[in-house]
Ligand binder design. Structure first.
Ligand SMILES: Nc1ncnc2c1ncn2[C@@H]1O[C@H](COP(=O)(O)OP(=O)(O)OP(=O)(O)O)[C@@H](O)[C@H]1O
Ligand SMILES: [Mg+2]
Length: 189
């Protein structure tokens, strides 16, 4: 996995598989605490304690393919960059996965292309309400929600390309205004 947004895409797919209709992604670059925190939260079916524990095992997956690398991979990326992963979940109560990284850590992966990640997720999950919240440097912030006035007919079929283009444009613009820029990873901080 080359960048954090690809890990985020995997976590978002986990949400979709759990039956979520709402997925919230939060990215917080906190220079004063030298911390990068990313959170993916859903309203899906959730997990019991035992499943949460097993979810971090690469040889556990509830899908038929029997390996589940999404969580172990992001946990590894976080841990080599001085951070960790927390999973907070209850059956029927949704799931929240948070990964932390030391922002300036030499081995911290670049955040990557958040707008492209959101668009690829929505291309496969057009009915999901996706919100992206970015808090960046100098206290600037940007938040975006896909259901703001866009009916499902316009998000699927012939309308889908236009919808995805609009989402990408809004996200790129808003993120750039909030100071989200090309990020080469921890070694460039
Ligand atoms: N948001 C979530 N809601 C409910 N269950 C989850 C969630 N995220 C992970 N899980 C459970 O944890 C398991 C492991 O997740 P992980 O992402 O590591 O692997 P996977 O999704 O099964 O496979 P891969 O990510 O390699 O395609 C999942 O199969 C699922 O049972
Ligand atoms: Mg997964």
């Amino acid at each position: 996995m080359l960048d954090i947004s690809l890990h985020l895409l995997d976590l978002m797919q986990n949400c979709a598989h759990s039956g979520a209709t709402r997925v919230e992604v939060m990215v917080h670059e906190d220079e004063t605490q030298d911390l990068l925190e990313v959170t993916v939260k859903d309203n899906g079916q959730g997990m019991d304690e035992e499943t949460v524990r097993r979810a971090m095992d690469p040889f556990y997956s509830s899908s038929p393919k029997r390996v589940g690398l999404g969580l172990p991979f992001i946990a590894q990326a976080a841990s080599i960059a001085g951070g960790c992963v927390r999973v907070d979940s209850t059956p029927g109560g949704g799931t929240e996965v948070t990964a932390t990284f030391q922002l300036s850590h030499l081995d911290r992966q670049p955040i990557g292309d958040l707008a492209a990640t959101a668009v690829s997720f929505l291309a496969g999950n057009p009915g999901t309400e996706l919100s992206i919240v970015y808090r960046g440097r100098f206290g600037r912030a940007f938040s975006f929600g896909t259901l703001e006035g866009v009916p499902l007919e316009m998000r699927t079929g012939l309308g889908q390309i236009g919808f995805l283009a609009l989402v990408e444009e809004r996200l790129r613009g808003g993120l750039a205004d909030a100071g989200f820029g090309p990020d080469g990873g921890g070694h460039t901080n």
